[in-house]
Design a protein around this ligand. Structure first.
Ligand SMILES: NC(=O)c1ccc[n+]([C@@H]2O[C@H](COP(=O)([O-])OP(=O)(O)OC[C@H]3O[C@@H](n4cnc5c(N)ncnc54)[C@H](O)[C@@H]3O)[C@@H](O)[C@H]2O)c1
Length: 329
C-alpha cells in the first residue's frame, strides 16, 4: 500500500485559493443535494492528559472522497511547545478502502475555511466591492484574507483584532507584495466604516463590531463562533440581513451562539435562514437581490469540506508529482 504524505509547504504549491473555492463549492453542492454521508463527529476524552480527540469523517461518492480528519484539543500542549490543536487528514481509496494519503490537517482546515468564505463572498457580495475589513488576526486570518482577494477587486484592506501589536505584525506580513492599501485599525468601528465586505474570524463571546454601523449592501462572513457561548456577530446583522446563507444547516443551527443567542431570546428563527451554500451553488435559493441588501454567511465547518478539498489536493499532487510516497505493505 502506497501512501502519499503532504506537508504544508507542498500543499501551498499544489492548490491555490481559486481551486480551493471550486472544491468547496463542489462539496457544498453534493452536501445540499443529499449526496454525502457525513456522520456526527466522534469525540474521545483523554482525561489523563487533559485532551480531547475528535474524529470528523465521511464519504462523498461523486468526489471519491473518503476519510477522516483527526483534530485534537490539548490545551496544555503549548507548555511543551506543541500546538494546542494538532490536526491531520487521512484519505482512503474509495474503491479499496486503503489509505491513500496523509496530509497536514491544520493547513487544509485553514485553506478550506478561507475557501468557504471566498465562495460565499463571490456569490453574495456586491461585484463592485472595494473595501474589506478583517476582524481577527489569528491562525485562520491569512486564508480568510486570501479568499476575499481571490474573488473581488479589493483596493483597501482594514485589519483589527484585540491586540494592536498583533494587528501591526499581521499587516506587515500580509501586505508584503500586494497592491492593496493595508490599514492597521485601533477599533472595529474604524475597520468597518464604509466596508463592502467584513469577515469576523475570532474566538470572541461577544460581538466584535457594531452591526448598526455597517454600510448598506455589505456582505459579512461569520467564521469564528462554533459554540453556544461564542457570538462574534452583532444580533443586528442576523436580524436585518436580507439573505442568510450557512455552510451546513445542521451544524450552524445547533452550534453557533451567533444564532443560538437570538434564538433563546425569541428574536431569531431557523426559518430566517435563506439556505445552505450548496443551495446557492445549485440555484435552489436566491442570493443578493439588490445593491442595498445586507447578506450574511455563517460557517461552523464540516468534514465534507475537509474531505473533498483534501481529495482534490491529493489528485493534484499526483498530477504534479509532489509529496513523499511511502510504502507500508
Ligand atoms: N468555520 C470553520 O470552519 C472554522 C474552521 C477553523 C477555525 N474556526 C474558528 O475560527 C476562530 C478563529 O480561529 P484562529 O485559529 O484564527 O484563532 P486564534 O486563537 O489564532 O485567533 C483568534 C483571534 O481572535 C481575536 N479576537 C478575540 N476576541 C476578539 C474581540 N473581542 N475583538 C476582536 N478580535 C478578537 C484575537 O485577537 C485573535 O486575533 C476559532 O474560534 C476557530 O475555532 C472556524
Amino acid at each position: 500500500m502506497k501512501i502519499l504524505i503532504l506537508n504544508e509547504k507542498e500543499m501551498r504549491s499544489i492548490m491555490n485559493m481559486r481551486s480551493a473555492i471550486e472544491a468547496v463549492k463542489e462539496a457544498a453542492s453534493a452536501y445540499s443535494n443529499g449526496k454525502t454521508n457525513i456522520p456526527l463527529r466522534a469525540n474521545l476524552n483523554v482525561k489523563e492528559y487533559n485532551g480531547n480527540s475528535l474524529y470528523m469523517y465521511g464519504y462523498v461518492p461523486d468526489c471519491k472522497a473518503l476519510g477522516v480528519k483527526l483534530v485534537s484539543v490539548y490545551p496544555d500542549n503549548p507548555k511543551i511547545g506543541v500546538s494546542a490543536c494538532p490536526a491531520t487528514v487521512i484519505l482512503e481509496n474509495a474503491k479499496t478502502g486503503e489509505v491513500s494519503s496523509v496530509m497536514d490537517g491544520t493547513y487544509l482546515t485553514r485553506l478550506r475555511t478561507g475557501a468557504l468564505s471566498g465562495a460565499a463572498t463571490e456569490l453574495l457580495s456586491r461585484k463592485d466591492s472595494k473595501i474589506f475589513a478583517l476582524i481577527g488576526t489569528g491562525g485562520q486570518a491569512e486564508s480568510q484574507l486570501e479568499a476575499v482577494l481571490a474573488v473581488r477587486d479589493i483596493e483597501e484592506v482594514r485589519v483589527y483584532s484585540r491586540n494592536f501589536e498583533n494587528v501591526e505584525k499581521f499587516v506587515a506580513k500580509a501586505s508584503a507584495g500586494k497592491s492593496q492599501k493595508f490599514i492597521a485599525c485601533k477599533s472595529s468601528n474604524e475597520a468597518i466604516d464604509g466596508a463592502d465586505i467584513i469577515t469576523a474570524v475570532t474566538v470572541s463571546n461577544d460581538p466584535v463590531f457594531d452591526g448598526k454601523k455597517v454600510k448598506r449592501g455589505c456582505h459579512i462572513n461569520g467564521v469564528g463562533s462554533y459554540t453556544p457561548e461564542m457570538s462574534e456577530i452583532d444580533e443586528n446583522i442576523v436580524l436585518n440581513a436580507g439573505k442568510i446563507i450557512v455552510d451546513t444547516m445542521e451544524g450552524t443551527i445547533s452550534e453557533t451562539g451567533d444564532f443560538l443567542k437570538p434564538m433563546a431570546k425569541g428574536t431569531f428563527k431557523k426559518e430566517m435562514i435563506t439556505g445552505e451554500l450548496g443551495d446557492l451553488v445549485n440555484g435552489k435559493c436566491k442570493g443578493r437581490e439588490s445593491e442595498d441588501e445586507l447578506t450574511f454567511f455563517e460557517t461552523t465547518g464540516s468534514a465534507v469540506y475537509d474531505l473533498v478539498t483534501g481529495q482534490k489536493m491529493y489528485e493534484m499532487a499526483l498530477e504534479k508529482k509532489l509529496g513523499k510516497e511511502i510504502e507500508i505493505a
